[in-house]
Ligand binder design. Sequence first.
Ligand code: CO
Length: 182
Amino acid sequence: MAVRDIVIYGHPVLRMKSKPITEMDEFIHTLVEDMIETMIMAEGIGLAAPQVAEPISLFVVNSGLIVEGALPKAYINPVIMEESGTVTLEEGCLSIPDIREDVTRPESIKIKYLDLKGKEHIEQCDDMLARVLQHEIDHLNGILFIDRISQIKRKLLSKRLKKLAIEGKSYSQNVAESKVGL
Ligand code: CO
């Protein structure tokens, strides 16, 4: 296993649409192991493959931070099938360090995804898990949480985002310095 660099806002891979995964091969298994290690080191609750510069349809969730004792989990080719309600919660992102903002999203979702064995699962998710899954699925579509805040708030952040983007193009974040995020 190896800790990978997390790319920062401004890196073009964060804006790419991820490709579906067709085979659960060695590459995918190694990537999942590395992403779980990277997420735990960075104290993240979730990490999407584009954040380690792999634009493919996969993310991992640090499930133990949501349900005590749960093991980290990989979601492959996830699709939201249904959504209901709305709730506003504060979000952050490992790729946008030190910025947190309120984001309004559906409260509950029904999701379909594959596990590492290629088995399909359909699950109804609420609360924190629903929030994390939606944030990570956005990453797979090149969407970041700052795209979902008001124009006024984004304008207030524009200087900090521009500064991040200049750094983001040239280097990746040192995981050891990162803060809790998604
Ligand atoms: Co994120």
